[in-house]
Design a protein around this ligand. Sequence first.
Ligand code: NAD
Length: 397
Amino acid sequence: MLLDDEVIRLVGISDRALAILGETDRTIDTRLHAHLPGKGPVSVQAYVVYHNAVRGPPCKGGIRMSSDVTLQETIQLAEIMTFKTALMDLPFGGGKASIVAGSGLPPQEKATLVREFAHKIRNELTSGAYVPAPDLGTSPREMAVIFGETHMRECVTGKPVGIGGLPGRREATGYGVAVVVEQAAKELLNSGLSGLTVGVQGFGNVGSWACTFLSERGAKVVAVTDASGGAVSRDGIDIEELKKHVAKHGGVEGYGKHLSNEELFKLDVDILIPAAIGGVITRDNAGDIKARLVVEGANAPTTKEADEILSRRNIPLVPDILANAGGVVASYDEWMMAKSGSRTNKEETYSTVRKVLLDAFRETLDYSSDHEVSPRKSALALAAERLVGTMEDRGWI
Ligand code: NAD
């Protein structure tokens, strides 16, 4: 459970509300059977989890495709979505789906599995109970497959622009991370971004766009790692060149001087951005972190023990439900657009993400100083207040 005793006490959450927030509303546990070109027939596990739908339906959350994703992790990610959508004040419940298959599968094989997945959960998609988006291992291409199956634009967000995707949605999470980093540097480090050094884990959708926007704003990205390895350059990495390298070679490794994922977390940088998988900042490496600020681009990259260690070491951390919420904020606009038929442009998307995230950042820091608790506890408390309020409004408690 994300909430700890201190947050429960601060918000004054009743036992009944706590019991509801502590349980999973619904789990779909299913097998996908498909014939993959070159591999023959396969059976693959998939899950859809609705953690809490008091502010929905729909339940909102991406589809993760990874060979080691579990039901437990999918539940944890859906719970994060419950709190993230509430912190952003969006009328969505928290959901998540996962397909237990390698994120590195060729696009045609991913498409085959996602098509089968969409068949299996067709009723969830077309009834508006679950609205997916990209997450680790999936991209607009897989969302296009879902649209191809349902022919309903509001069934899925993070689609390519040509089929009703939102201009700017692709970059929205990384853009939001950069906006939050800039504001956190200003308020927590008393510094502009210019010249600040940054280390990033993950160079997929979130990490690569965060690097782009941070470099554009004058920060110096000195280290990037991913599943293949990593690269470090004290002079700063040219992000556009790194993108070309990754497009050609499939990963960061081989671009300049090697850096391992373990080394990244010990590197002397101003800002550390985990933007890949969960559970990478642990009690084993939290004591070695030299960064002055941690911003969670990934979901749940920091374990509870590590969170306490960073807190004791006075290293401020901007939590996932705030830092990486740009994607779901943009997804809300895409969903609305699909329903209304209206159109927008990239600048408007950026401007919405920026405003919503900066408002939430302000509220979170104010709560933090008023109650003398960390930004993570503050963000969770603000979200919990909204969730409990909605439960009261709906007569659930
Ligand atoms: P992605 O699949 O586009 O990229 C994932 C990146 O992580 C890749 O660079 C990959 O090489 C790297 N990676 C995978 N396993 C790794 C490992 N063991 N060690 C180091 N690096 C590893 O995924 P994404 O969409 O960028 O998502 C990254 C994180 O951000 C996830 O935690 C996801 O839940 C979160 N997130 C994504 C979005 C979104 O809009 N895509 C929104 C909010 C949060």
